[in-house]
Design a protein around this ligand. Structure first.
Ligand code: HAM
Length: 428
């Protein structure tokens, strides 16, 4: 017999873990509502060109990590699983004419993303993101609003000590001169560059700054900084973003080497880290402005900004800090019976209570009543509903398993009694 396992870099989220992700999705949904982001869903795969053009062909995400789907026939389209949501959301924005909606168009989604990366702690081949995009506002106020939104998500999740790293990476006006300077600098160290970086020096020099190769760390630290090359418009924009963040009391640190790993960014770039964990390739989330992306994918020139927060990493961090909430799975009541064979009776009462919104389990095994009660107590149910001869008069016994008390309850009052008890015991 072959024994099958989940693919490398993926995880089964078992019932003790999945509720944690659902809780984060709930917080994300609630925040999205409060901040005016509307929910959207896009396919988990797109034409490969959406990612190649949007994210950039010479990026880790596209060159090394894209999950390409094998074409089924010679002439069929080339598809890839989404490594992130921004390119797909912008593709949808253009396709559905959202540029005619009142700007900014604010869209949000949570869902799995796929990157064929080398798996390690906090780095998976399938992982979950909360992604928010505000398309049609050039900023700078919306930049700060966006950064504050991400910051608030961590606070509401229960994660303390999250820090915002912030930078501006210039725009089409000032970046070319900077890139020339950067290329000159790295050419001067060409012999020290790993093979991939040497190749990228000619095709996409900015990517050398987010290289994960440890051999690059010192070179990156000493490289010319974009912040020193910003044009007046970018410098003014950056100063205004900072002023807005100060006004909102969002703490941040300027990180001059932060350039992000995707090509579509301009001006504002930011990442969230746990304090003390910065620089370990373990960002909790990140985002930035992408004023050229809509046009790049075939739409009219439209500014945009967004972020994606890695939910797996938030779950891990909550676990590490001991702040992960536990998830109650016990039913409020178990329906047991004096006649082990009468599964119909127990199931009917369970159905009735479930229809009233209560969480109950019907004992369906033909065990003796004593055994049924034991197993109800073992799973920490608060009550047992005992179905016996009294049912002929429309009554059942309601046993409080924690208090050890028991009394007769008419069937029509059972749901209400249990609901009241559930409320006073914070159960169910
Ligand atoms: P990103 O920095 O590539 O940005 O990913 C955002 C977050 O997703 C990361 O900070 C990390 O928490 C999480 N993440 C990325 N890769 C993995 C992985 N292999 N395993 C676990 N978690 C991971 C984006 O994706 C952009 N689309 C963000 C954005 C939206 N920019 C503008 N709008």
């Amino acid at each position: 017999m072959p024994s099958f396992r989940a693919p490398r870099g993926t995880r089964d989220l078992l019932p003790d873990v999945r509720p944690g992700l659902s809780r984060l999705e709930g917080i994300a949904r609630s925040l999205a509502g409060r901040y005016g982001y509307r929910e959207i869903e896009i396919p988990m795969f797109e034409q490969t060109a959406v990612f190649e053009r949007g994210i950039g062909e010479v990026t880790d995400v596209v060159e090394k990590e894209l999950f390409r789907l094998a074409p089924r026939t010679e002439e069929s389209e080339s598809w890839a699983l989404r490594p992130e949501a921004t390119a797909g959301v912008v593709r949808a924005y253009i396709q559905h004419g959202m540029q005619t909606w009142p700007p900014p168009v604010k869209l949000a989604l949570t869902g799995p993303m796929f990157r064929y990366d080398r798996p390690q702690a906090g780095r998976y081949r399938q992982f979950w993101q909360w992604d928010c995009e505000a398309i049609g506002d050039p900023g700078p106020a919306v930049d700060a609003e966006m950064i504050e939104l991400g910051y608030r998500f961590y606070a509401e999740s229960g994660l303390r000590d999250v820090q915002v790293l912030l930078n501006s990476i210039g725009d089409g006006a000032c970046r070319p001169a900077y890139l020339e300077q950067l290329t000159g600098y790295f050419r001067g160290h060409e012999d020290d560059l790993p093979a991939l970086e040497r190749r990228r020096l000619e095709t996409n020099p900015l990517r050398l700054l987010d290289s994960k190769d440890p051999a690059m760390a010192d070179l990156i630290a000493a490289a010319p900084r974009i912040a020193d090359c910003l044009c007046d418009a970018c410098a003014t924009h950056f100063a205004a973003v900072r002023a807005h963040l100060d006004a909102l009391a969002v703490p941040y640190r300027i990180e001059p080497t932060l350039v992000r790993g995707l090509d579509y960014y301009s001006r504002t770039a930011f990442e969230y880290y746990r304090r003390g964990a910065a620089g370990q390739q373990q960002a909790l989330g990140g985002g930035g402005r992408y004023d050229g992306l809509v046009e790049l994918l075939g739409g009219r020139p439209t500014p945009g900004i967004g972020f994606a927060l890695g939910l797996d990493r938030v779950l891990l961090a909550l676990e590490e800090t001991g702040a992960a909430p536990t998830h109650q799975a016990a039913p409020l009541a178990v329906i047991v019976g004096a006649d082990p064979a009468d599964t119909t009776g127990r199931l009917r009462i369970a159905t009735l209570l479930r229809a009233e919104g209560l969480s109950v389990r019907a004992e369906l095994s033909p065990r003796k009543l004593g055994r049924q009660l034991e197993s109800a107590a073992r799973e920490h149910a608060h009550f047992a509903v005992i179905v016996g001869d009294e049912l002929a008069e429309g009554n059942v016994q309601l046993k409080d398993l924690e208090a050890g008390t028991q009394h007769l309850v008419p069937l029509e009052a059972l749901a209400k009694d249990l609901a009241r008890a559930a409320k006073s015991h914070h159960h169910g």
